[in-house]
Write a protein that binds this ligand. Structure first.
Ligand code: F6P
Length: 524
C-alpha cells in the first residue's frame, strides 16, 4: 500500500465512532491492555488509554513500514548521513554503548574515540571527587560551576536534580545558562574561588550566552587568584578546540564533543562531565547502561512491541489525525520537575519544522506543543484545562513504584493521584442537572510510564525512550530531527538590535521595535 493510501485510511479511521470513545475501546477489545502495554528496559509503558483501536494501530504499523522506520534506525546505528542539511551522522547511541560494540560515523570508526574520552572524563571526575584536583593555592576543588545553555545545560541540570540520592558528598555543582547576569552572579555567589572549577560547555563554543557567562567567570577567577588561575580553574567541553585554546583553557582540561552528536542528544557525552564528578562513582555509567538497554530494545524489537517506536506512532496519530495540538508531560516525582523543560528542547527543537528533509513542504506535523510540570503540583495549575478545556491534550504520566523517601502515606497518595487523573481524563463524569459547569466529557487520552525507582539506570532508559520516540515521529513525517535552523534567525536579529541599543539608533527597525528601543534607551 502506498503512503498516501494509508494516510487516507488513517483519516477515515479517525472519523469513525469507535475511535471516539476510549471506554468503548476497552469494552470492544478484550485483549486491548495486553496489546498496548509493553515491558521495556527500565519502564512499563501502558498505551491502552490512547485512542487507537486495532484497525488504526494496524494502519499506523503499515505506515511505519512504508516509511521504512526500521531502515532509518538501522541507518542511524550504522553511522550513515541521517542529518542531511548538515551532512552528519547522529551517533548518540555510540556514547552509551557497552564495551565491545563497534560504531562508525560516515565510515570512520568512533568507538575508540568514545572509550578514550570516557576514560579521560572518569579520571578527571574521580580526581575532583577524591580531592586530588587542586587549584592554584593547593586547595582541593570542591565546587563546580557548569556554564552552558540548551543541550549543554538542560540534561546535566535535570540529572543533578533527579539523582539527588546519588550526589557525591562534598561536591557542590552549580549551573549558569541565562544571558541575564543574575544567573552567573547567583552561580558564583558564595563560591570560594580557591576551591572552584568552572566548566564551560558549548558544542560550538560560539553561543553568545555561554561565552558571556564564561567571561564573567574567568574575570572573577583572575580577580581573586591572579592571571594564571584559568589554567587550573577552568575546563571546557566542545568540538571547537581552536576556540577553547583562544579562550585560554589548557588542552589537558578540554573534553571533546563531535559533530556526529546533536546538542540536545549529547547528555551522554563529555557534556555530562560535571555530573559525573558530582555523582557517586558509577552513577553516570549506570545512566548510560539504562539508555543502552533502551537502545537495544528500540533497535531489535518489532514496532508493535517496541515501546519508544510505538509511542512515536501514537503521538503521530494524536497530532495528525486526532488533531491534538499539545501534549503534557507530567512526572509524578518532585525531583523530575525539570523533565518537561528537557523534553521541550528534545521534542520541539528536533521536530518543530515545516519542511521535509528533502526540502519539500511538510504536510504532516511532527511536534505538538510540549508543556508540563511535576505532579501533584501540575494538578493545581493546568489540569483544569486538561479536564474541561475545549482543546484536549494527550498526557504522559510518569510514576515510580519504589517509595524512595520511605513515606508510604505520601507515596501512595502520589501514585493514587496519578492513576486517578488518567482514569478521570478517560472516563469523565456527566454534569448533574442544572450544573453544566460540572461536566467532564472524558475520553481524553494518556500514556502511563511506570518505573521501578528513580535511579540512574531508569532515568537513562526514560530519556533514551523519548529520544527514539522523537526520531520516530520525524521519520513518519519525513523531517530531519537533527538540525535546528529555526534558532538562527533570532540570533542574527539579536545582534542587529543589540547594535541599535548600544548606539542608540533605530534605523531600519519597524515602528514597534523602534519605539521599544527608544523607551529602553530613553527611560521616562
Ligand atoms: O538553541 C540552539 C542551540 O544550538 C542548541 O541546539 C544547543 O543545544 C544550544 O544552542 C547550545 O549550543 P552550544 O552547545 O553550541 O553552545
Amino acid at each position: 500500500m502506498s503512503e498516501k493510501t494509508i494516510i487516507n485510511t488513517l483519516s477515515k479511521l479517525a472519523a469513525t465512532p469507535s475511535s471516539s470513545s476510549l471506554i468503548r475501546l476497552f469494552d470492544d477489545e478484550p485483549s486491548r491492555l495486553q496489546r498496548l502495554s509493553i515491558q521495556a528496559p527500565g519502564l512499563y509503558a501502558d498505551f491502552s488509554k490512547q485512542k487507537v483501536d486495532e484497525k488504526s494501530l494496524n494502519a499506523l504499523l503499515a505506515y511505519a513500514e512504508a516509511r521504512n522506520l526500521g531502515g532509518f534506525f538501522a541507518a542511524m546505528r550504522a553511522g550513515e548521513v541521517v542529518n542531511p542539511t548538515e551532512h552528519r551522522a547522529a551517533q548518540h547511541m555510540a556514547l552509551r554503548a557497552p564495551k565491545g560494540e563497534n560504531f562508525t560515523a560516515l565510515g570512520t570508526n568512533i568507538s575508540e574515540t568514545v572509550a578514550n574520552e570516557r576514560a579521560r572524563m572518569r579520571a578527571f571526575a574521580d580526581d575532583i571527587r577524591n580531592g586530588k584536583r587542586q587549584g592554584v593555592t593547593g586547595r582541593a576543588i570542591r565546587t563546580l560551576v557548569h556554564i552552558g545553555i540548551g543541550g549543554s545545560d538542560l540534561g546535566p541540570r535535570l540529572l543533578m536534580q533527579a539523582l539527588k540520592r546519588y550526589h557525591a558528598p562534598g561536591i557542590d555543582l552549580r549551573f549558569a545558562a541565562n544571558l541575564d547576569a543574575a544567573d552567573i552572579n547567583d552561580a558564583l555567589s558564595g563560591c570560594d574561588p580557591e576551591a572552584t572549577l568552572v566548566i564551560v560547555v558549548s558544542k560550538s563554543f560560539s553561543t553568545a550566552e555561554t561565552l558571556a557567562n564564561a567571561q564573567v567567570a574567568r574575570a572573577w577567577l583572575v580577580q581573586h587568584l591572579g592571571e594564571d588561575a584559568p589554567t587550573l580553574h577552568m575546563a571546557a567541553v566542545s568540538t571547537n578546540l581552536a576556540a577553547t585554546a583562544d579562550f585560554g583553557i589548557t588542552d589537558d582540561n578540554v573534553f571533546a564533543m563531535h559533530d556526529w552528536v546533536g546538542g540536545r542528544y549529547s547528555l551522554w557525552s563529555s557534556v555530562g562531565l560535571s555530573v559525573m564528578a558530582a555523582l557517586k562513582e558509577g552513577a553516570f555509567e549506570d545512566m548510560l547502561a539504562g539508555a543502552a538497554a533502551m537502545d537495544a530494545h528500540a533497535l531489535t524489537t518489532p514496532v508493535a512491541q517496541n515501546a519508544p517506536l510505538l509511542s512515536g506512532l501514537i503521538q503521530f496519530w494524536n497530532r495528525n489525525f486526532l488533531h491534538m495540538q499539545s501534549r503534557a508531560i507530567v512526572p509524578y516525582a518532585a525531583r523530575l520537575a525539570l523533565l518537561p523543560s528537557y523534553l521541550q528542547q528534545l521534542i520541539m527543537e528536533s521536530n518543530g519544522k515545516s519542511v521535509r528533509a528533502d526540502g519539500t513542504p511538510a504536510d504532516l506535523v511532527a511536534s505538538p506543543v510540549i508543556f508540563g510540570a511535576e505532579g501533584t503540583n501540575a494538578q493545581h495549575a493546568f489540569f483544569q484545562q486538561l479536564h474541561q478545556g475545549p482543546d484536549p491534550a494527550s498526557v504522559d504520566f510518569i510514576g515510580f513504584i519504589a517509595d524512595q523517601e520511605h513515606n508510604p502515606g505520601h507515596h501512595h497518595g502520589v501514585l493514587a493521584n496519578m492513576l486517578a487523573q488518567s482514569r478521570a481524563l478517560m472516563g469523565g463524569s456527566p454534569a448533574p442537572k442544572d450544573a453544566p459547569h460540572k461536566n467532564f466529557t472524558g475520553n481524553r487520552p494518556s500514556t502511563t510510564l511506570l518505573m521501578d525507582a528513580l535511579s540512574p539506570f531508569s532515568l537513562g532508559a526514560l530519556l533514551a525512550f523519548y529520544e527514539h520516540e522523537t526520531v520516530t515521529q520525524a521519520v513518519l513525517c519525513g523531517i530531519n530531527p537533527f538540525d535546528q535552523w529555526g534558532v538562527e534567525l533570532g540570533k542574527h536579529v539579536a545582534l542587529e538590535v543589540l547594535s541599535h541599543l548600544e548606539k542608540n539608533t533605530t534605523q531600519g527597525m519597524d515602528a514597534s521595535t523602534a519605539a521599544l528601543i527608544k523607551r529602553i534607551t530613553h527611560p521616562r
